[in-house]
Design a protein around this ligand. Sequence first.
Ligand code: BG6
Length: 494
Amino acid sequence: VHDELTTVIVFGADGNLARRKTFPALFNLMYKDHLADDAVIIGYARAPLSTTAFREMVYRSIYAPTVANQPRTHFLNQVTYEHGEFNEPASFAALREALEAREAQQLADWRVRAGIDADAPAVQQPSRVRLYYMAVPSFLYYGICLNLKDSGIATHKKVDRFVLEKPFGRDSTTCNELLAQLALVLSEDVSYRIDHYLGKELIMNLLVLRFANICFEAIWNHHHIASVQVIFKEKVGLDGRGGYFDQYGVIRDVMQNHLTQILALVTMEQPLSLSAGHILQEKIKVLSSVRPLARKDLVIGQYAGYLDEESISNKQSRTETFAVAVLHINNPRWAGVPFVLKAGKALNENRAEVRIRFKNVPGAIPELSACPENELIIRVQPNEGIYWKISNKVPGLHFEVAPMRMDLTYQSKYDQGELPEAYERLILHVLNADKSHFVHADELKLSWHIFSAVLHELEAAEDDRPVPYMRGTRGPALADELAQRYGMRKFGSQ
Ligand code: BG6
């Protein structure tokens, strides 16, 4: 019998995020025995649904033909639904009642399993964890947290953990306002801000790769590295999310968070340990050394047809769906190295990766002087893996040198089947109270600082329109010109 009882309350339980990510992740965790079979799971939203109707919705979101019905049925039986407002004390009083009834039953069942008589005094009590998952827009966080506190549900002691989703503001000012407001009702140690890229296998591997391998660590600096690219490319355009996306654009949606987090992990100094606090210390240091992005180092694009999308109401919108930014890190390790962040929607492929291009061998012998530079590619998705591009003699009697790949493709090297989803890992980390893969308020402030000024500049200059590009292409050619200015070939070339 496990000695911790778990409750998960999902706010915004009928929304896109909860259905696409949160419930499938919770189901997989229970299926894989990482979330206790007796966990209380409550969906909370405004829509007046019955638990039965809600379970049907969750069923559709967790259905996979490869999984038998029995574990799904068990999971669904653990899920109930409560509806109410996000800002109304009365709704939270009702939530408290429903929650306490379910937890009382959970505890009674636990006592039976532990062989404790129903009327025995409650000497042996399991500990309890409550996870509040905010799958709602961030302007609702404060009201929800305040009501959770006022209704007596959340005690903000060790029991409670709050999972918060981006967007955390639109710029430095709004982010700071949001953080300050939330700080009134929520302390940093119980806040788990999700950046789901931090839950991806290859991103979780970055510090291991760098700091457990002398062959990487020894050359991880400006003496040997010519440039670093952090690339996020997507084929899909708005995917019905125009209402949200048009307010944000790809710099705020992907670059300020996912790509900047990756940048921090690629460039930070060695932490004292892999504990959350030590990792945070180094991320903060390096993020503080990133110079705010300059307009001249940024190319923005918008795919042709964006303004005709049904979900775009502002037909004059200048929101960017593509951006390439060159960042600079002002410290001795990285002086002079261009860091290129590239993010785009409606492009020719789905690909997220880090590409580290090394310098040529200094004073190479004449026969080898034309060899291309080495490149290390950390492929986040799809087809996860790590590979080196090196020069190698083509085997045979003749002398010919050609580029080759040293390949660590996960599919062929690890016999594991599907890798866990990022959300699954991150929720598991919350359950374990491990904060090493979450975003601290201080990191957020620093990453907004990098982009805020240029975002304001773009907004203010009405004639500064994103460059159009065709759907299904590599994005605007102007991005390649920016690359060339920094002595690079095309960005993201294979
Ligand atoms: C989200 C962005 O954070 O990440 C989306 O809001 C983007 O616009 C998504 O599509 C990409 O995530 P993934 O895991 O599919 O690469």
